[in-house]
Write a protein that binds this ligand. Sequence first.
Ligand SMILES: Cc1cc2nc3c(=O)[nH]c(=O)nc-3n(C[C@H](O)[C@H](O)[C@H](O)COP(=O)(O)O)c2cc1C
Length: 381
Amino acid sequence: MAFVATDALAGPDRFELEGRPVPETLLNDVVRLLCRHRSVRSYRPDPLPEGVLEVLVTAAQSASTSRHFQAYSIVAVQDPERKKRLAELSNNGFVADAPLVLVFCPDLHRLEAVSRRQGYEFAERGMDMFLQAVVDTALAAQNAAIAAESLGLGICYIGGIRDAVVEVAELLRLPPRTFALFAMTVGYPAGPTHVRPRLPMDVVLHRETYSDDKLEEGLRRYDEITAASGIYARRAAPEDGGEPRLYGWCEHTARRLARPHPKRAGLRRQLEELGWEFYTGPGRQREELGAGPQTVLAGYSSAAGGSASPWGVGYAGRGASGPGMLRYAVPGPGSGDAPAPRAAAYLSTSWNPCRKYFEKIRKRIRIGSVRITLAAYNPPG
Ligand SMILES: Cc1cc2nc3c(=O)[nH]c(=O)nc-3n(C[C@H](O)[C@H](O)[C@H](O)COP(=O)(O)O)c2cc1C
């Protein structure tokens, strides 16, 4: 079956819209489909044909995946109440109207379960695993998007769900070490949509080495195109010495970058609350010990002048180590290390529950003969 031609992909593709030259021999159906993408934010109520969900997920699962880890899960939401809640939490009203909402979740929970099942420690879970899981998730999602568009459906990514990442995790009953990276609405478009102009290619494509030589001219051209396109029609152009400046992509983008996203400034903390870790210490081994009602982070930094650093120690409630966890690392290349007894004293006096956990560490690594580095996990702030 050929791609389904509908309103979802009507109008000029990117080659036509932006006058990009392309040899006829390189223009096949797949390339055309990709270059006709546009986000769809208004849907007909028609249900999706039987089997569409499974086709989209099969396409998603066919994407390349880092180390074959397949570090993502997809939650398909069709229940009207749950869609409505996702619409509210994401501040994207149209989410409630889409017949299908796919929520794409980086997932280390399953990998941890596999490690445990096989009797191994789950130690590979720092910043790079976060990146791998996020990249895997995005690649899977984009495959699903293309599959949907090839079937005449429209899609829109919804990063807005990260405005309420903890609430969305609760709503979808996500286990620890997963989170909702973005959702994707899927359905038949209610009306015509258009391809949005992108930055000129010579601003994005660098040959052999990076160069800003074409940047200014490219931005000037792009601003004119985007201002004339009407996508920012309702935005007020700023006055600059009496002359209204052009309201195009540059102004729009720079305004949005002028302050941190008010609802996402605490995202890292929230992800830590959901069990994600961003530990990137060089060459450190880590262990997770104990389980209690509180998160306890232990900190030591050689930069702090050789004493156990106050940040992190006794920091409770949420943090890099996830609920109920205390972590430490044995010395590795480049890491600072503290005389264990001193660190022990610091821990046991500054945060009482630490003593319990520290006793466990003691037993495990024979304190006294080994110098412990209490890892510089995630200083607060
Ligand atoms: C990760 C991601 C998150 C997005 N989040 C939202 C969103 O919350 N709401 C929305 O209306 N569009 C969202 N979009 C769609 C973008 O606004 C859209 O892709 C961009 O403006 C370019 O338009 P086009 O997709 O029509 O070419 C998102 C896109 C991506 C890739």
